[in-house]
Structures are given as structure tokens and as C-alpha cells.
Write a protein that binds this ligand. Structure first.
Ligand code: FAD
Length: 473
């Protein structure tokens, strides 16, 4: 039987070592707090082991393959490129392992006490750890942070078997590329997977129940992605629900039923219909912590739960499911614990980055959401086909769209949103994000100088045109 040890005391006990939990631990330890971090699997969480990092690494392989396949256009002859997926997977794992070692080392260097095992909250801010190598433990914290994250949602009729039906967890580990696939769900992760598989040679269809893919994105941006997908042969069906599937006799491939009695035969079904919060193991029944209808822990604007001294952050709460939102919430919690009176996060203005081809990035209002919020807006759009660097790269698809508030004199004032689709926009969003969050005006941003020739000068050009005068457009 596992040996029970006496209760260890900490300033903060964190349950879950994904981006939310490890950010709390690292930032708190940097501020001098004594922190215990409880993790039942591996530090790094979904983001490092089953999410952002492995997904983006495989998307990079897709990008390299696409570049080599198109090299002839530049006069570079690299005939017959092929993918050795074993090498691809090994490289992905090498990147993940290196970051994992780095994170583990950093936690050690900051003197964070990491306990392996499943953490559950008991009354009086005690966390019980079970199933770990050091036997069952009790950790007591002046504060406790719940950061247990989320797991993929599934849908009836599509039992995940890791062979014919996968979620993101299994897809990132496949050892062979399917020749055909249906991606169920056209959100950010679904579009990234569709793009990646298509670039690597899989015939892909995306089925989305809503009227458009990439819900939440500006309509013009989603349209560019849809057009690019269509050009590359990705079939996108919106307003379509899948009903179930029937594996074929050979055990390789299945027939998916969808829409109005229609069917499609594919090797693989990728279910990408969102993620659900993981509160089940946390033992919350014995506490005052409240869950909402969707299973998220309810918190106030400083991530405080109804249980005194207990916070919840990351995918466990109903805020954008993004690693960097978890980082920001972890830091907010530490500041609150330190009595620094932090400002709540403005979730409507956090940056979003989607790494399909073409990439998508945005911060702040889309044109539709600004109008729905009753704001009077002026909008400007500029396309990469008129940008020198984009043509040099051979990546003319895409646009920058800036949404600004219309001032009383009819001129464009404060920037409300910046939405981009095109080459490397995930790396270009920075100045748009800053402008929106700084509440900068069009005139202020337009007076800044952009380097030439860059992709990012299209943002400057788009803002400049909102002053009523432009250079190139
Ligand atoms: P998680 O990362 O889920 O970590 C929670 C941790 O808690 C896990 O390690 C788990 O093992 C542990 N745990 C759970 N319960 C217990 C318990 N009772 N005791 C001990 N430990 C426990 N976000 C982005 O910002 N950018 C991206 O490009 C991006 N791409 C993504 C791609 C994919 C395929 C997926 C699936 C997600 C992606 N995300 C991306 C989302 C991002 O991964 C999550 O938002 C982020 O990981 C959430 O962080 P978290 O700390 O809340 O939870």
C-alpha cells in the first residue's frame, strides 16, 4: 500500500503543468514564491506534447515539402520530392523532447517542487496527490491553482480507435500518412490538420456543421482560406453534419455518412470538434468550486473560484483555449496573490494565430463583431498580391484588414481590430496586436515607418489608406 507522508506546505500548489500551470509556477517562483506543481503525465501539457508544438512542427514539414515541390518556379530543380514520414515524426519528437528537457530544467532551476501524480482538491486548500512514484502525498497551499486543461471532444457514431477514427491526440502520432481523410470540424485545429495532410499528399475533405469554416474569424479572411483550400483540392463542405461511419471489410478505410444520405469513402476520419475541460479528477465536489453547464470552472475576472484562495486558469475555464491565454492567466493569478491589483485580461483583444496555409492571425474586432457590438466602423483591406516581398516569396494569396472606429468627423480613429491572412502572418501580427491593445489611432500608426520590402509593410499601407491618403493602394 502507498505510504502516506505528512503534509508539505507551499505558498502556491498548482494542479496541472500545461502552459497555464507551468507559467504560474515559473512566474511565481521568479517572484520568490514557494511553489509545488502536480502533474499526472508530463510537464508541458497538451501544448507541448499533443498540441501547439507537435502540430506546428508537422505543419512545417508540410511547408518545406510545398516549397520544394514548387521550387521549379524559381529555377531550382528538385525533381520528385518525397516524404519519409518516419524521419518527419522523429524530427517532431526531437523538437518536443528538447523543449521538454528545457522546461524541466527551468522548473528545477527556479526551485519549483514538481510532484508526479494526480492532484485532487480537498477542503482547506489541501491537494491530495495519488498515483505518483513517491506514494500518496498531501500538499497544503496558501493558494491553489487549478490548471488541469482539456481533452478532445468526440461525437456519437465516431468512436476513437486510433486507426480509422482519430482525434488530434492520435493524429499527431500516426506512423503512416492516409491516402484520404475526412476532417470533421473546420475550426482552427481542423483547418491546420486539413492543410497539413493535403500538403503531404492526402486527399482531404473538411465537413463543418456551421455556415463557414474558422468561426470567429473575419468573413473576408475565412473566404481567402476557403479559396486557397479549393485551389489545392481540399473539399470544404459547410452546413453539413456527419451521421456515422461503417468500416469496410478489409479493416482499411471506412464509409462516412453525412448530410442528406450522402457518403464518402476514406482511410481516416479526424474528429476535430473542440475540446472539453478536464475537471473530473479534481475532486471538486468536496469544495465550493462551481462548474458551469459546459463543465468549465467558474471564475471572476481575476480567475478566482468560489473557494477562497483557489484559482482556475487555462482551458479549464471558459476563456479562449490558447496556450498564451493560459500563460497570461497564470501571471495574472501570481500578481493577484502578491496583492499587486492586476488589471483583468481583455479576452476580446488577445492574439489568435492559425498555422494552416495560408496562415491566419488576428486581434480585436472583426468587421462583423464590431458592427454587432453597435460600433460605427471604417474598414480598409489590402492584398498581398500588391506586396513586393509576397511576390518574391511566391505567396500572393491573402490580405490585411484593419477595422477602425469612425470618429464624429467621419475619419478613422482608434484601431479596433487587425485581421490577416497570408504568408507568415502569425509572425506579423505583433504590431497590429500592439496597436489594438494600446488603443492607438490610425493617425498615430500611419506616422510610423515600415521597413521595405517586407510583408509587414502591408499592415502600414492598410492603416495609411485609412487616413484618406495612401502610397500604393
Ligand atoms: P493543458 O495544456 O491541457 O495542460 C493540463 C495539464 O494538467 C496536463 O499536462 C494534464 O496531464 C494535467 N492534469 C490534468 N488533470 C490533472 C490532475 N488531476 N492532476 C495532475 N495533473 C493533471 N494554442 C495556442 O495558443 N496556439 C496553438 O498553435 C495551438 N495549437 C493547438 C493544436 C492542437 C492540436 C491542440 C489540441 C491544441 C492547440 N492549442 C494551441 C491549444 C493549447 O494547447 C491549449 O490551449 C493549452 O495547452 C491549454 O493549457 P492548459 O495549461 O490550460 O492545459
Amino acid at each position: 500500500m502507498a505510504k502516506e507522508r505528512s503534509t508539505e506546505r507551499f505558498d502556491v500548489v498548482v494542479i496541472g503543468a500545461g502552459p497555464g500551470g507551468y507559467a504560474t509556477a515559473l512566474y511565481g517562483a521568479a517572484a520568490g514564491l514557494d511553489i509545488a506543481l502536480v502533474e499526472k503525465d508530463k510537464v508541458g501539457g497538451t501544448c507541448l506534447h499533443r498540441g501547439c508544438i507537435p502540430a506546428k512542427e508537422l505543419l512545417e514539414t508540410a511547408s518545406v515539402y510545398r516549397a520544394v515541390s514548387g521550387a521549379k518556379e524559381f529555377g531550382v530543380l528538385a525533381d520528385q520530392p518525397a516524404v519519409d514520414f518516419g524521419v518527419t515524426q522523429a524530427r517532431k519528437q526531437k523538437v518536443v523532447d528538447q523543449l521538454y528537457r528545457g522546461l524541466s530544467g527551468l522548473l528545477g532551476a527556479r526551485k519549483v517542487t514538481v510532484h508526479e501524480g494526480t492532484g485532487a482538491l480537498r477542503p482547506d486548500n489541501v491537494v491530495r496527490v495519488t498515483g505518483g512514484p513517491s506514494g500518496d502525498l498531501e500538499l497544503s497551499g496558501d493558494h491553489v491553482v487549478l490548471a488541469s486543461g482539456s481533452e478532445p471532444r468526440t461525437i456519437p457514431g465516431f468512436e476513437v480507435d486510433g486507426r480509422l477514427v482519430v482525434t488530434s491526440d492520435e493524429l499527431l502520432e500516426i506512423d503512416e500518412l492516409p491516402s484520404s481523410a475526412v476532417v470533421v470540424g473546420g475550426g482552427a485545429i481542423g483547418c491546420e490538420f486539413a492543410s497539413m495532410l493535403c500538403d503531404l499528399g492526402t486527399t482531404v475533405s473538411v465537413f463543418e456543421a456551421l455556415p463557414k469554416i474558422l468561426p470567429g474569424c473575419d468573413r473576408d479572411v475565412a473566404r481567402v482560406v476557403e479559396r486557397s483550400f479549393a485551389k489545392r483540392g481540399i473539399e470544404v463542405k459547410t452546413g453539413v453534419a456527419v451521421k456515422g461511419h461503417t468500416p469496410n471489410g478489409s479493416g482499411r478505410g471506412t464509409t462516412v455518412q453525412y448530410g442528406d444520405g450522402e457518403t464518402i469513402d476514406v482511410d481516416l476520419v479526424v474528429v476535430s470538434v473542440g475540446r472539453r475541460p478536464l475537471a473530473g479528477d479534481l475532486g471538486l465536489d468536496a469544495t465550493a468550486v462551481v462548474l458551469d453547464e459546459g463543465g468549465h470552472v467558474e471564475v471572476d475576472d481575476r480567475c478566482r473560484t468560489a473557494e477562497p484562495g483557489v484559482y482556475a486558469i487555462g482551458d479549464l475555464i471558459a476563456t479562449p483555449q490558447l496556450a498564451h491565454v493560459g500563460f497570461a492567466e497564470g501571471m495574472l493569478v501570481v500578481k493577484d496573490i502578491l496583492g499587486e491589483d492586476p488589471l483583468p485580461l481583455d479576452y476580446g483583444k488577445v492574439p489568435w494565430a492559425i498555422y494552416c496555409h495560408p496562415e491566419v492571425a488576428f486581434a480585436g474586432h472583426s468587421e462583423e463583431s464590431a458592427k454587432e457590438a453597435g460600433l460605427d466602423v471604417v474598414v480598409s483591406k489590402h492584398r498581398y498580391q500588391s506586396n513586393g516581398r509576397a511576390l518574391i516569396l511566391g505567396e500572393p494569396d491573402g490580405l490585411v484588414k484593419v477595422i477602425a472606429e469612425k470618429d464624429a468627423d467621419g475619419r478613422a480613429g482608434r484601431l479596433l481590430g487587425v485581421h490577416m491572412v497570408g504568408p507568415w502572418v502569425t509572425e506579423q501580427l505583433g504590431q497590429g496586436y500592439l496597436a489594438v491593445n494600446w488603443e492607438a489611432t490610425v493617425d498615430e500608426v500611419a506616422s510610423l515607418v515600415q521597413p521595405h520590402p517586407t510583408l509587414s509593410e502591408l499592415f502600414g499601407e492598410t492603416v495609411l489608406s485609412l487616413t484618406g491618403r495612401g502610397l500604393h493602394g
